[in-house]
Design a protein around this ligand. Structure first.
Ligand code: HEC
Length: 114
């Protein structure tokens, strides 16, 4: 009987499957963080290119635009986590589960930081 799949085809298919699964996992990770950021942070922390940027609130309190590389000076994951939990200046504490906080921070450091 004729072999339909040889080893070459099987390894190519396996690599494609791994890439596909990895793609789902990573896009899901940041996707969740992105929507959490949109719902909990972005109405104050506008990103350049937002429809209504800048707002009056933005002009008065200057919440950082995390798409701007200057805003990352002196900022690390621990500081972001503390700011979310305790608030800072005009920013109130944001009530989030630890895993939601982590997913926002992952999104910010991988997708916004440049
Ligand atoms: C009600 C508006 C508002 C919301 C909602 C908000 N922030 Fe802020 N945030 C601010 C303001 C205003 C500042 C500047 C505070 C200051 O330095 O006086 C700030 C500062 C920060 C800083 C800088 C801290 C530092 O030490 O430089 C980080 C990081 C931050 N916010 C992250 C977040 C994240 C993440 C979220 C969503 C989970 C969020 N913020 C939601 C208004 C907000």
């Amino acid at each position: 009987m004729k072999k339909i799949l040889n080893y070459g085809a099987i390894s190519i298919l396996s690599v494609m499957l791994i890439l596909f699964v990895a793609g789902i996992v990573t896009s899901d990770d940041y996707g969740a963080g992105e929507s959490l950021f949109k719902n909990n942070c972005q109405f104050c922390h506008h990103l350049k290119g937002d429809d209504n940027y800048p707002t009056a609130y933005y002009l008065q309190f200057k919440p950082k635009d995390f798409a701007d590389s200057d805003s990352w000076k002196g900022l690390d994951e621990q500081k972001i986590a503390t700011t979310i939990q305790k608030g800072k200046g005009a920013m109130p504490p944001i009530n989030l589960k630890p895993e939601e906080r982590k997913s926002i921070i992952d999104y910010m450091t991988h997708k916004l930081k440049n």
